[in-house]
Write a protein that binds this ligand. Sequence first.
Ligand code: TPP
Ligand code: SF4
Length: 285
Amino acid sequence: MVSLNDLRTPKTNTWCPGCGNFGILMAFKKALIETGIEREDAVMVSGIGCHGKIVNYVNINGFHGIHGRVLPTAQGIKLANPDLTVIGFAGDSDQYNEGWGHFAHAVRANVDMTLIVHDNMVLGLTTGQATPTSQQGFKSKSTPFGVIPPMLNPIAHALVSDATFVARGYSGDMFHLKNLIVEAIKHRGFAFIDVFQPCVSFNYLNTYAWFSKRVYKLEDENHDVTDHKKALKKALEWGDKIPIGIFYKKERPIYSDSLSQVKDENLTKLSKQNIDITSAMKEMM
Ligand SMILES: Cc1ncc(C[n+]2csc(CCOP(=O)(O)OP(=O)(O)O)c2C)c(N)n1
Ligand code: SF4
C-alpha cells in the first residue's frame, strides 16, 4: 500500500502559492492511497498548462502530452493495457477549447478511465486569457471589454452525450474532492470530474471566497444520482447557489467490451518476437 511519502517527487513545485491546483494534487494522492492502487498500476496523463505539471509532482507513471490531447493519449494507454488505472488531468482551455472535440466522443465511447479538469475559468500558464468556462462579461487580457458568448456548460454537455459518471468538485474542499476521485476511479467506464480550481494570479472574479459562498453539496440534498432529468436540472444551476458532487452515474458497456482486438487480450502482454512489419511498411510507402 502506498503512502504519501511514496508519492512525493524531488521536483520543485512552481505553482503560485495558494493556487487551487494544490488541493487537486493532495486530493488525488489521498484518493490513490484510499483505493489501494499500487504505484506501478496507475498512469497519469496531462495536457499543457499549469495543471499539466501535476505529473511531475506524483511519483507514479506519467505522460505530459501536448495541449488538448489528454483524452486520445489516455484512451490509447487504457485500451492497450486494461490492467492500468488511467487518470487524465486537463485544463479548462486544454480540454474545452483545443480538446473539445475529443471530449464529446470520449464521453460517448465510455473507455474505462477518469478525466479530471482543473477548471480555473482562465488560461493560467499563458497569463490570463478567457476560456470557454469564463463567465459572460469576464474581463481578461484577451477580452478587455468582457467575454461576449455565454459560458460553456461541461456538466450538461457530458449528460446529454450519455455520460456514465458526471461530477463536479472544488479544490477548496479537498476531502470532498478526494471522495469524488475515489468514486470516479472505482467506476467502470468514463468518469468525468470538473473541478473548480481558483487561479489566484489571473482570475479575480472566481476566487476562493466567490466559490466558498456559492457551492453546496448535492448529497446534502439527497440528490438521486440515477435521475438523469434531475441531474440536467442541477447542471443548469448557476449563480448564488452552485452544486458540487456526483450529478449522475449509471452502468453501460465500456468501449473495449465490444472491441474484439482488446476484449480478452492485454496488448502489452502479446509476444513481440517474430513481428515482421516489412510488407505493411511497403504498402504504406
Ligand atoms: C497546440 C498548442 N496550442 C496552444 C499552446 C499555448 N498554450 C500553452 S498553455 C495553454 C493553455 C493553458 O490554459 P489551461 O488549459 O486552462 O490550463 P491552466 O494553465 O489554466 O492550468 C495554451 C493555449 C500550446 N502550448 N500548444
Ligand atoms: S497562474 Fe494560476 S493556475 Fe497557474 S499556478 Fe498560478 S495560480 Fe495556479
